[in-house]
Design a binder for this molecule. Structure first.
Ligand code: DHB
Length: 571
C-alpha cells in the first residue's frame, strides 16, 4: 500500500503570484464599472457565461402570499470532476448527477429580477465538513415564513435577496476515476469558484456580487469563515485553475486572477474552524473536567481506564504556545493567551445572560434547574455555576464558576472522545469519526493531521502515522508531502488569512451556542479576536447565545436585521 507521504496532491504548488496581478476587480457597487468582467474572459470563462434563458419557475408562498421565483441551476466550473459515490457519516451512496457537487442553484424572487443591487445570500451546506450536493432550499409549492426565527430562507426571500445554494466537494467523495476528490481544500476552492462565477456574470445576473453574504453552520460555519477570511488570496489559484474556475489565467508561475473572490459578509454559526488546532483547543478547554461521566469509552475501555486522559493532557499542553503565537490582541491591547481567554469567554457568557434577563427571560437562580435541550432531548440540569444578584429584569450576573459551567455544558451531552477531530490514533481509521478523511490526498483516503495523532497512531497499515511510515510528525512535516498537508490545513483555516493581505470580509456575524461542545469556546474566541483584529473588518457581531446547542439559523430575525443594517450602511 502506498503511503500518503509517497503521493502527490494535485495541484500542489501554491502559485507564486501577487495580488498586484488582480485586474478588473473594482470593489464598488457600480456594475457598469470594472466588476463586469465577462468580456475579459478566457475560453473557460466563455464557457461559464450565465444563460438567463435557462431557468425553471416555482410558485411558493412567503408569509401566506404567493411569490414566483426563477431558479437557475449551473455547474460553476469549466472542468468539473465527475463523482461516483459519496460517503457521509459512514454510509455510502451512489451519485446520480456526477456534477452536483460543483453545481449551484440560484433562486431569484421575481420582484428582484431587474434588481442589480440586491444581496446574494450564499448558503454553504457542508455540515460535518462532508461533501454537499447542491440542493434547492426553495422548492415549488413550498411555504416560507419571514417572521420566524428559524426560516432564514423565508427571510431572504422576503428581503428580495438572490438565494444561492452551493454544492461543494468535501470529505467522503469518490470520483468516477476512483480518486478521493473531496480532500481539503476542495470545499473552500469550490465555494470560491462559485463566487467567481457570480462575479464573472454579475452584470448578467440579478443582484450584486459585491454583496455576497455567506451563511453556514458548523462545518458550514467553518467553511464560511475560511471563505470570508481569504478573499482574493493567490494561494488558491492552482486549485481554482485545476477545476476551471472563472477568472484564472496563465499556468504555473504565471497563474493570475482576473476576478475577485472576496465577500461582503459572513454569517457563521458554530464554525468548526481551524481544524489543525481544534484538538489542542478542545483538550485544553476540557481536559480538567473530562471524566467517565462526560467522556465515552473507546472500544469498551472506559475513559479513565484507557489512553484517553494521557492523550488529552499531552494535546492540551500544546495549546498555550499555539494561542500565544497567533499574536492576537484584546481591545485593551493585551495579548490573547490561555491566561486570559477563559475570562473573555466568561465575559461573553455574562453579557449574554444579562441580555436575556433584560429581555425578560427567567434565568434560574443558583440551585434551580436549567431546562436544556440537546439533540431534541430536554433535560433539567441544576444551576451550580451561575450566581445572580438583584431580581427581575434588572438582575445581573454576580459570578460564574467556569469549570462548573463546562461540566454543565457536558452533562446532557458527552464530550467528543479523545482525539476529537484527528480521531484516528485511538480508535483507528475504521469509520468516519473525526475529520481524518478530509485530509490525505486523491489516492489516499485518510491522513492524520496533527502531531499527537500522527505520532501515536498504532493502527497497523492505515498508512498514516509513524507506525506505518517510519517518520515522525516533525520529519513528515518537513517532507514535501508534509508541506502539502500544511497547505491543506492552511487553506481551510480562517486564521491563516485574517490579519494578512488577503481581503477579508468587512462584516462578520458569528454565533456559537452557549451549550455547544462540538468545538472549544476558546477556538471561537480566537476566531472572534482574529476577526476583530483584522484591519479590513469593519464590524463583527459575536455572541454565545443562551442555552443554544450545536445548531444554526435559530436567530433569523436578529441575523437578518443585522444583514439589512449592514447592507444599508454600505449603501
Ligand atoms: C460538525 C460537527 C462537528 O462536531 C465537527 O467536528 C464538524 C462538523 C457539523 O455539525 O457540521
Amino acid at each position: 500500500m502506498k503511503k500518503p507521504y509517497q503521493m502527490l496532491l494535485k495541484p500542489l504548488a501554491v502559485a507564486i503570484t501577487t495580488a498586484g496581478l488582480l485586474v478588473g476587480c473594482g470593489s464598488d457597487d457600480n456594475k457598469s464599472s470594472s466588476t463586469s468582467t465577462a468580456a475579459v474572459a478566457d475560453t473557460e470563462d466563455t464557457a461559464l457565461a450565465f444563460d438567463a434563458s435557462n431557468y425553471t419557475t416555482a410558485t411558493i408562498t412567503v408569509d401566506g402570499e404567493n411569490m414566483t421565483v426563477r431558479q437557475y441551476s449551473m455547474v460553476y466550473v469549466a472542468n468539473p470532476i465527475a463523482m461516483a459515490s459519496a460517503n457521509r457519516m459512514g454510509s455510502t451512496s451512489v451519485v446520480t448527477n456526477p456534477y452536483i457537487y460543483q453545481t449551484m442553484i440560484v433562486t431569484v424572487p421575481e420582484a428582484s429580477l431587474e434588481n442589480q443591487t440586491t444581496a446574494l445570500y450564499f448558503m454553504v451546506n457542508n455540515g460535518g465538513w462532508f461533501n454537499s450536493p447542491a440542493t434547492a432550499s426553495v422548492t415549488d409549492g413550498g411555504s416560507y415564513v419571514s417572521t420566524s426565527d428559524s426560516d432564514n430562507v423565508g427571510a431572504a426571500l422576503k428581503a428580495g435577496y438572490v438565494l444561492v445554494d452551493v454544492g461543494t466537494r468535501s470529505r467522503g467523495l469518490r470520483a468516477e476515476d476512483g480518486t478521493y476528490a473531496g480532500k481539503a481544500p476542495a470545499p473552500v476552492v469550490d465555494a470560491k469558484a462559485a463566487i467567481r462565477y457570480l462575479r464573472l456574470n454579475d452584470s448578467l445576473m440579478p443582484g450584486s456580487a459585491e454583496r455576497i453574504i455567506v451563511n453556514g453552520t458548523s462545518g458550514g460555519g467553518g467553511l464560511t469563515s475560511a471563505i470570508a477570511a481569504s478573499g482574493n488570496s493567490t494561494d488558491f489559484l492552482p486549485f481554482l485553475d485545476a477545476i476551471g474556475a472563472a477568472g484564472v489565467t496563465g499556468s504555473g508561475d504565471t497563474l493570475a486572477s482576473t476576478i475577485k473572490d472576496d465577500v461582503f459578509a459572513a454569517v457563521a454559526y458554530c464554525p468548526i474552524n481551524n481544524l489543525g488546532n481544534a484538538d489542542a483547543g478542545y483538550e485544553w478547554q476540557y481536559n480538567a473536567i473530562r471524566s467517565d461521566s462526560n467522556t465515552g469509552a473507546i472500544s469498551g475501555v472506559a475513559y479513565s481506564a484507557g489512553p484517553q486522559p494521557a492523550a488529552s493532557a499531552e494535546i492540551a499542553a500544546t495549546f498555550p504556545e499555539y494561542l500565544a503565537g497567533l499574536g492576537l490582541k484584546l481591545d485593551d491591547g493585551t495579548s490573547l493567551t490561555t491566561d486570559n481567554i477563559n475570562d473573555e469567554i466568561v465575559a461573553q457568557l455574562k453579557a449574554e445572560i444579562e441580555r436575556q434577563i433584560a429581555a425578560g427571560v427567567a434565568v434560574p437562580a443558583y440551585g434551580e434547574n436549567f431546562s436544556v435541550t440537546q439533540r431534541g432531548v430536554t433535560s433539567e440540569v441544576i444551576n451550580d455555576w451561575l450566581v445572580l444578584s438583584g431580581s427581575g429584569t434588572s438582575a445581573t450576573v454576580e459570578s460564574i464558576d467556569f469549570e462548573k459551567f463546562l461540566k454543565f455544558v457536558t452533562t446532557p451531552i458527552a464530550l467528543k472522545t479523545v482525539v476529537a477531530f484527528d480521531a484516528t490514533a485511538v480508535n483507528g481509521n475504521t469509520s468516519v469519526s473525526g475529520e481524518t478523511n478530509l485530509f490525505g490526498n486523491e489516492n489516499y483516503e485518510y491522513s492524520n493531521f496533527t502531531a499527537w495523532s500522527w505520532d501515536n497512531n498504532e493502527v497497523v497499515a492505515d498508512g498514516s502515522g509513524t507506525d506505518d511510515t517510519g517518520v515522525t510528525w516533525a520529519d513528515y512535516m518537513s517532507s514535501s508531502d508534509g508541506e502539502d498537508l500544511a497547505t491543506q490545513l492552511k487553506l481551510i483555516n480562517p486564521l491563516s488569512y485574517l490579519n494578512t493581505d488577503a481581503d477579508s470580509a468587512p462584516h462578520w456575524y458569528i454565533r456559537h451556542g452557549m451549550i455547544d461542545r462540538d468545538t472549544a469556546f476558546a477556538m471561537q474566541l480566537a476566531l472572534y479576536t482574529a476577526v476583530k483584529n483584522d484591519p479590513n473588518v469593519q464590524d463583527v457581531s459575536f455572541k454565545l447565545p443562551y442555552l443554544v446547542p450545536h445548531s444554526g439559523n435559530y436567530d433569523v430575525q436578529e441575523a437578518f436585521a443585522w444583514i439589512k443594517e449592514t447592507l444599508d450602511a454600505a449603501n
